[in-house]
Design a binder for this molecule. Structure first.
Ligand SMILES: NC(=O)c1ccc[n+]([C@@H]2O[C@H](COP(=O)([O-])OP(=O)(O)OC[C@H]3O[C@@H](n4cnc5c(N)ncnc54)[C@H](OP(=O)(O)O)[C@@H]3O)[C@@H](O)[C@H]2O)c1
Length: 228
């Protein structure tokens, strides 16, 4: 049986992606941070036997190892690295810890998770990294805003995407970075123009259309290319 894995699903875009993938009949493994299963995720799990919940903290090597071990018999057709974090620290308040926290979860975490799950990835599997327009060096969006630690970590995630795309190409695995745009979630805040539900529907449709031409690319949710 083929499995779809989505990280960071207790809320926001991750929670909505789980709902969308269940709606189309997929077997989903949804990760939540240890000890933090939201009421919405728990309710979905209670009514969907095809949904499995597993703890995962991307900042913890042991947690990644346990997660991968629990999935040793799975065949992964889709891995969505959705989990992400931001500290939103203003210039003048920066600390090394803030930069490292974002890097650990947003860049090193997905890298180590993919490596840990490598043997379970099917031929022609898809790996989707939830990146951000703020990672575009070309666009350099809102440079006066407090997004440095976050934007820098997502640039690293983009580089991971590009490099892994080449490493895994021999197995026809597609690795793409998708920016959801500005979305109403705890991270995006209430003023964002798009709901998590709408963008998750769009991302699902776009992932269905991903082909080898999208390998190693940086895309909007509708698959429009974003300049690195
Ligand atoms: N919302 C936007 O406007 C926007 C824009 C561009 C890109 N994105 C990206 O889209 C993705 C989803 O964003 P969102 O808006 O849904 O964010 P969110 O509401 O803040 O949710 C983030 C999720 O990631 C999980 N998470 C954080 N740190 C983690 C860790 N160390 N290990 C495992 N899980 C962890 C959180 O778990 P807890 O619930 O336990 O904290 C939560 O479930 C992120 O990668 C984000 O960078 C969002």
């Amino acid at each position: 049986m083929n499995t779809t894995i989505i990280t960071g699903t207790s809320r926001g875009i991750g929670l909505e992606l789980v709902r969308q993938y269940l709606n189309v009949g997929k077997h989903v493994v949804a990760s939540h941070r240890p000890g933090s299963i939201s009421a919405e995720l728990a309710a979905m799990s209670a009514t969907h036997p095809e949904l499995s919940l597993l703890p995962l903290d991307l900042a913890c090597d042991q947690s990644i190892a346990k997660f991968s071990h629990a999935l040793h018999s799975h065949s992964i057709e889709l891995l969505i690295n959705n989990a992400g974090t931001t500290n939103h620290v203003e210039y003048g308040q920066w600390t090394r810890r803030h930069f490292l926290d974002s890097y650990t979860t947003n860049a090193a975490g997905p890298a180590l998770l993919i490596q840990a799950l490598d043997q379970q990835l099917c031929e022609a599997a898809k790996i989707v990294q939830l990146s951000s327009g703020l990672a575009s060096l070309h666009e350099n969006i809102n440079p006066t805003g407090a997004f440095e630690e976050y934007a820098m970590s997502k640039v690293a995630l983009n580089m991971l995407t590009r490099r892994l795309a080449m490493k895994l190409a021999g197995r026809n695995i597609i690795v793409s970075a998708i920016s959801p745009g500005w979305v109403q979630t705890e991270m995006g805040g209430p003023d964002a123009p798009t709901s998590a539900e709408a963008v998750s529907q769009q991302i699902l449709q776009s992932i269905n259309k991903l082909s080898i031409q999208h390998n190693g690319t940086f895309l909007e949710a509708d698959l429009t290319p974003i300049a690195w």
